[in-house]
Design a protein around this ligand. Structure first.
Ligand code: SF4
Length: 252
């Protein structure tokens, strides 16, 4: 029996990502996009027209990661002049930080000057989060769940999801915020003690995504509360989320 277990352990190898800060996702992952300077005006126009969420706009030409569904239509239409790298560090604490301009090829980073002092002093060693699925499709929720599994083990940094907002230091919102969830979200936010942080996880939470113009959304919450962290992705990768939270809270 014991020998069986040893042979299984040998076959499986190491099950956890040893260093989440240095982990690299293989090529093929749709991470931070890069727009080549060689893109022609005609290609820009086609990409803008094809983009299902209006993430691509011209004048100046740019791609908004907060609206991007990572569908790759713009890559196919521009023969790779818009391409997605395997860089998973996409989280920003400023909405404008998610805008990718032509010729830019640098990792997106948190601006530490915009992080409130209380965030780092209160939550720099431990952070409890309550997740609210506000009309989500379970994709971002599934990836957030994966943050705590044996591979990513976010708990090693003292970051965990909790059941009650009264035990939480902040909210992680997924989904485009449907009308049915708007009041529940507000109640949940009010129940979290101050100081508290708000994280928008996934394209739907950041902008509404493909549902942006739906009359069934009530997104006034985002207008009244300033989010502390935007984590793009459809859905966001666990490494994107964990590294974003670690950067926000000032963890090395
Ligand atoms: S990958 Fe993003 S930017 Fe490109 S077409 Fe799809 S949604 Fe638009």
């Amino acid at each position: 029996m014991a020998l069986n277990f040893i042979s299984i352990f040998r076959r499986h190898g190491r099950q956890y990502v040893k260093d989440l800060r240095k982990a690299v996702i293989p090529e093929g992952f749709r991470g931070r996009p890069v727009i080549s300077m060689e893109i022609t005006p005609a290609e820009e126009k086609v990409a803008e027209m094809l983009c299902p969420t209006g993430a691509i706009t011209s004048g100046p030409f740019r791609l908004d990661l907060g609206k991007c569904e990572f569908c790759m239509e713009c890559c196919f239409a521009t023969a790779g002049k818009i391409r997605f790298t395997n860089d998973h560090r996409l989280a920003a604490n400023l909405r404008e930080g998610l805008l990718i301009r032509k010729g830019e090829d640098k990792t997106i980073r948190i601006n530490p000057e915009l992080v409130g002092k209380e965030i780092r002093s209160f939550f720099g060693h431990a952070l409890r989060l309550r997740q609210v699925s506000a009309g989500g499709d379970n994709s971002a929720e599934l990836e957030l769940n994966a943050c705590g599994n044996v591979n990513f083990d976010m708990g090693r940094y003292g970051i965990e999801f909790v059941a009650s907002p009264r035990h939480a230091d902040g909210l992680v919102i997924t989904g485009p915020i449907s009308g049915n969830m708007a009041e529940a979200l507000q109640i949940c936010y009010d129940a979290v003690p101050t100081p508290k942080i708000v994280i928008l996880a996934g394209t739907a939470a950041i902008s509404g995504g493909i549902f942006e113009n739906s009359p069934d959304l009530i997104r006034s919450f985002i207008g009244t509360v300033k989010p502390d962290l935007y984590v793009p992705g459809n859905p966001p990768h666990p490494l994107t989320f964990i590294n974003g939270v670690l950067d926000l809270t000032g963890r090395k």
